[in-house]
Design a protein around this ligand. Structure first.
Ligand code: PLP
Length: 408
C-alpha cells in the first residue's frame, strides 16, 4: 500500500501525454529528472498566449504589449512568492539552470584572483562544473572538490576542512540528479558565510520536490529550470541577493538591459533587466508561473510525502532482483533511483524496457565524475514524479527482470 492524500488518478488526467502509448504499450514515464511532463493547465496558458496576446514586452504602448508585460511580470511575482524571495528584482528570468550558472560564473571573473579557491561538490551536474573550470582558467583561481562517500553523501568533515579565507565561492546542488541525494545545504551555506564565501545552489533537481525558502536559507544564488517542474523548456530563474546582482557586471549586452545608449557610453538598466538582454522567452515565463500555480494547487508537502513512499516501494522491489545494485543510498534522498545489474550494460536495459513503453534514462546523467567514482560506465536511472503510480513501479520491476533474464 502507498499512503497518500492525493487523488493520483485525477492528477494523471491533467497530463495528456500520460494517455499515449509507446511501442503498443501504455507509456510509463520515469525520466522526470531529465524533464517533467506538462499539465493541460499549463498547455492552455501557452495556447492562450499565442492566440490572444502574443507581443513584445516592456516597450510597447499598445494593448497587447501591455497585456503580455503584465502577465510576464505577474509570473515573476509568482516565482518570487513561491521561493520566498524578498524583492521581485532579485528574480532573473533565464533560459534555465545552465544559463543561470554561466551568468554568475562569467560575472565572477572580476572578483577572483590567483590563489583564490572555489569549492564544488563531487556530485555536480556538468553544468555546475564546467563554467567554474572556465572561470578558474580566466582568473587563476583553483577548483577544489568536496568528496562524497559510497552512499552518495558529501563528506561534510572534509568540506569544513577545505573552507578557508581563500574560499570565495561554493557551489553545490540541492538534490543530485544522478543519485537523488538531498544535500545539507543549510550547513553548507552557513559555514561558507563564516569564511566570507558566497554560495550558489543548483536547485534544478530539487525544485519539483522541495519548496525552497530562499530567505530562510540565506543563499546568495539559486537556480532552477521550469521544465523540471511541469513548465516548458527554455526558461528558468536565477535568484541572486540584490547586493550580489548589483556587484556582478551584465552577462550579455543588447536591448532591454540598458538605460541609455550612445556610442560613447551606455548605462545599464536597473535590476532585474540588467541581466535580461534581448527579447526573453515571454510565453515560457508566463507558463512557468502557471506551472508553479499548478504544483502549489496540489501541495508540495503532499507531493514530497507521496514521492517518498513511491521511492521507498520502488527501492524495495528493485532490490529483490538478483544482482541489482542501487547507487546513491543516502539517508536523505528523493525521487531518483540509479541502478545497475551485475554483468549487464545499462544501455541494454534501457532499450529493452523502452520496448515495453517504459521511459528511463541510461548513461552518465551529465555527471561523469560520479560514474568514475563508482568505476562504472553509467547507470539506469528511474526518476519519479507525483503523477507516477505503484502500478508503474511494478511494470518497471517486471521490465527490468525481463531484461535481466534476456541478457544474462
Ligand atoms: C537538469 C539539471 C541541470 C541542467 O538544467 P538545464 O535545464 O539543462 O539547464 C543542472 N543541474 C541539475 C542538478 C539538473 O538536474
Amino acid at each position: 500500500m502507498i499512503e497518500t492524500t492525493l487523488d493520483i488518478q485525477a492528477i494523471r488526467k491533467d497530463f495528456p501525454i500520460l494517455q499515449r502509448e509507446v511501442n503498443g504499450k501504455p507509456l510509463v514515464y520515469l525520466d522526470n529528472a531529465a524533464t517533467s511532463q506538462t499539465p493541460q493547465q499549463v498547455i492552455d496558458v501557452i495556447v492562450d498566449y499565442y492566440k490572444r496576446y502574443n507581443a513584445n514586452i516592456h516597450r510597447g504602448v499598445h494593448t497587447l504589449s501591455q497585456e503580455a508585460t503584465d502577465a510576464y511580470e505577474a509570473a515573476r511575482q509568482k516565482i518570487q512568492k513561491h521561493f520566498n524571495i524578498a524583492h521581485s528584482r532579485e528574480v532573473i528570468f533565464t533560459s534555465g539552470t545552465t544559463h543561470g550558472i554561466n551568468l554568475v560564473a562569467s560575472g565572477s571573473t572580476s572578483f577572483l584572483k590567483e590563489g583564490d579557491e572555489i569549492l564544488v561538490s563531487a556530485m555536480e551536474h556538468h553544468s555546475n562544473i564546467v563554467p567554474w573550470q572556465m572561470l578558474c582558467g580566466r582568473t587563476g583561481a583553483t577548483l577544489k572538490v568536496v568528496p562524497m562517500n559510497l552512499e552518495g553523501e558529501l563528506v561534510m568533515e572534509e568540506y569544513h576542512n577545505l573552507l578557508s579565507d581563500k574560499t570565495k565561492l561554493v557551489f553545490c546542488n540541492h538534490v543530485s540528479n544522478a543519485l537523488g541525494t538531498i544535500n545539507p545545504i543549510e550547513e553548507i551555506i552557513e559555514a561558507a558565510h563564516k569564511v566570507g564565501a558566497a554560495v550558489l545552489i543548483d536547485g534544478a533537481q530539487a525544485a519539483a520536490h522541495i519548496k525552497a525558502d530562499l530567505q530562510a536559507l540565506d543563499v546568495d544564488f539559486y537556480t532552477v529550470s521550469a521544465h523540471k517542474m511541469c513548465g516548458p523548456t527554455g526558461v528558468g530563474m536565477l535568484y541572486g541577493k540584490e547586493e550580489w546582482l548589483k556587484k556582478l557586471p551584465p552577462y550579455q549586452g543588447g536591448g532591454e538591459m540598458i538605460a541609455e545608449v550612445t556610442f560613447e557610453k551606455t548605462t545599464y538598466a536597473d535590476l532585474p533587466h540588467k541581466f535580461e538582454a534581448g527579447t526573453p522567452n515571454i510565453c515560457g515565463g508566463i507558463a512557468f508561473g502557471a506551472a508553479l500555480d499548478y504544483m502549489n494547487s496540489i501541495s508540495f508537502d503532499a507531493i514530497a510525502q507521496y514521492e517518498d513512499e513511491l521511492v521507498r516501494y520502488a527501492t524495495e522491489q528493485l532490490l529483490a532482483i538478483d544482482g541489482l545494485k542501487i547507487y546513491g543510498t543516502a539517508t536523505h534522498k528523493t525521487s531518483v533511483i540509479s541502478f545497475n545489474i551485475e554483468g549487464v550494460h545499462p544501455y541494454d536495459i534501457g532499450t529493452i524496457v523502452d520496448k515495453l513503453g517504459i521511459a528511463v534514462r541510461t548513461g552518465h546523467h551529465c555527471a561523469q565524475p560520479i560514474m568514475d567514482f563508482y568505476q562504472i560506465p553509467g547507470t539506469v536511472r528511474a526518476s519519479f514524479s507525483f503523477y507516477n503510480t505503484k502500478e508503474e513501479v511494478d511494470k518497471l520491476v517486471e521490465g527490468v527482470t525481463r531484461a535481466r533474464n534476456m541478457l544474462l
